[in-house]
Design a protein around this ligand. Structure first.
Ligand code: LLP
Length: 389
C-alpha cells in the first residue's frame, strides 16, 4: 500500500511506468531463502518472469540460482551474479549458438526437451571438447488445473519428453560421449492454486519416473520440480508474500526418502508478481449509453496478460486515495491500443475518477514488463523503484 507522500511523487513521473517495491521483494526472497534452507530444496528463480537488472542482481545476491529459457537469459543471469553452477536452461527450441553458450559456461544443467536435442548437445559438446551437464525435461502428463495457455505438463503439450520415449532416452544418454547426466526436470504449469493437490500429484509422478530410470541403471542426482506457485491477483495486499510454506511443505512431503538426491524448484511469478505495479494515467473519462469508460495511457503492449489470458489484475485509483475518496462508481477500464481486447477490466468498482488521475494496475511484477512490446509504435514503459523515488 502506497502512502500519500509516495503517491505525490509518483504523480510527477511520465506515465505509463512500472514501479517496483524492493522492500517487498526483500521480504519475499527472505522467506524463500529461509524455507530453502529449512527443507533442503534448492531454488532457481525463473528469469523469464522479470529480468530487470536490479531485481536479478538482488535475487542473485541472496544466494538463489536461476532458471533460464534462452541463451540471452543465461548470459544475463551470469552478468547479474548468478553462479554458472546454479543456472538451469530449459526450452523446447534451443539454437546451436545457445547450446554452445551454455556448454562453454559450464552451467548447472541444460534441460533437454527432446531426443534430438540430447543428440545435438552431445555433438556440440564433443566438437568443443567439453562436457555438458544435461537433465531430461519430462512431460509427466498431469493437469495443473490452470489456464490452457500456461499449462505445460499435459501429453499434448510441446514441452518435455514423454513416457513412450523413456527407453530410447536412457540408451541415448548411456551411449553419449560428452554428456554428464544430471537428473530429471519437470514443470507442469503456472498460477497453480490447488497447491497440495497438484504438486503432490507431480511429486508422486516424478518419484515413479525416477524409479523407472534408476531401475534401468541411470542414477538421478537432481529432481527439479519446476515453478508454478500461484499468487492472489484479487487481493494483493491481503497476500503480498505468497504461501511458500505450503508449496515447500507439499514438495518435501512428496519425497520422504531422498537417498542423497537433491530437490530443486523454479519459482518465477510467486517471487516477483506482487512487487510490481503498472502505473498509468486516465486520459479520458468517456460516457457511453450504459457504461462509463476510463481510458488509460497504458495498454496491452505494456501488460499483455488481460488481453492474452483474460487475466484479472486489480485496478486502483491512487489519486483518489490521496483525495481521501472511497469506491462510489463503476467503470470499464480500457487501454488505448486498437484492439477490443485491450481492456483492464469491465464493471470495476472505483472511486469517482477524472482525467489525469493516476491508476495502479497491481500484481504486474511477473510477466509484465518482460512481455511488453512496441505495438502501435508505442514507447516502452520504464522502471522505477519505490525506494529511490
Ligand atoms: N520453470 C519453467 C521451465 C517454466 O517454463 C516456467 C514458466 C517457470 C519455471 C516459472 O513458472 P512460475 O513460477 O512463474 O509459474 N506468461 C504467463 C506465464 C508463463 C509461464 C511460463 N513458464 C503468464 O503471464 O501467466
Amino acid at each position: 500500500m502506497l502512502n500519500v507522500n509516495q503517491i505525490t511523487k509518483l504523480q510527477e513521473i511520465r506515465t505509463p511506468f512500472y514501479l517496483y517495491d524492493m522492500e517487498l521483494l526483500g521480504r519475499t526472497v527472505a522467506e524463500v531463502a529461509r524455507l530453502s534452507a529449512e527443507y533442503g530444496i534448492e531454488v532457481h528463480y525463473a528469469v523469464k518472469a522479470n529480468a530487470q537488472p536490479r531485481i536479478l542482481e538482488y535475487i542473485a545476491s541472496q544466494g538463489l540460482g536461476a532458471d533460464c529459457v534462452s541463451g540471452n537469459e543465461v548470459l544475463k543471469a551470469l552478468e547479474s551474479g548468478f553462479p554458472a553452477g546454479k543456472i538451469a536452461f530449459a526450452g523446447v527450441g534451443k539454437t546451436d549458438l545457445e547450446i554452445e553458450t551454455a556448454v562453454r559456461n559450464g552451467i548447472f544443467s541444460i534441460n533437454c526437451e527432446s531426443l534430438p536435442e540430447i543428440e545435438a548437445v552431445d555433438a556440440i559438446a564433443s566438437r568443443l571438447g567439453l562436457r555438458a551437464r544435461v537433465s531430461a525435461r519430462i512431460n509427466p502428463d498431469i493437469d495443473a488445473h490452470t489456464h490452457k495457455y500456461i499449462t505445460t505438463g499435459l501429453e499434448e503439450n510441446k514441452f518435455g519428453i514423454s513416457e513412450y520415449d523413456f527407453d530410447a532416452l536412457i540408451s541415448l544418454i548411456k551411449k553419449s560421449k560428452s554428456l554428464d547426466f544430471n537428473g530429471l526436470h519437470f514443470h507442469i504449469g503456472s498460477q497453480i492454486t490447488d497447491v497440495e493437490e497438484v504438486f503432490s500429484l507431480e511429486c508422486r509422478r516424478a518419484a515413479e519416473i525416477v524409479s523407472y530410470f534408476e531401475d534401468r541403471g541411470l542414477a538421478i542426482e537432481n529432481i527439479d520440480l519446476g515453478g508454478g506457485l500461484g499468487i492472489d491477483y484479487e487481493n494483493p495486499d491481503g497476500h503480498p508474500v505468497p504461501d511458500f510454506e505450503r508449496w515447500f511443505g507439499t514438495i518435501a512431503a512428496g519425497f520422504p526418502e531422498r537417498n542423497g538426491r537433491k530437490l530443486h524448484i523454479e519459482p518465477g511469478r510467486s517471487l516477483v508478481a506482487q512487487c510490481g505495479t503498472l502505473c498509468t494515467r486516465v486520459l479520458f473519462v468517456k460516457k457511453g449509453k450504459s457504461k462509463t469508460f476510463l481510458i488509460t495511457d497504458a495498454g496491452m503492449n505494456d501488460l499483455i496478460r488481460p488481453a492474452l489470458y483474460g487475466a484479472y489484475h486489480k485496478v486502483e485509483n491512487l489519486s483518489a486515495v490521496s483525495r481521501g475518496e472511497s469506491v462510489n462508481a463503476v467503470y470499464d477500464v480500457v487501454g488505448p491500443v486498437c484492439e477490443s481486447s485491450d481492456v483492464w477490466g469491465e464493471g470495476r468498482e472505483l472511486p469517482e475518477s477524472f482525467r489525469g488521475d493516476l491508476l495502479a494496475i497491481r500484481s504486474a511484477g511477473a510477466y509484465g514488463q518482460v512481455m511488453a512490446s512496441r505495438y502501435n509504435l508505442r514507447d516502452l514503459a520504464g522502471a522505477y523503484y519505490l525506494d529511490t523515488l
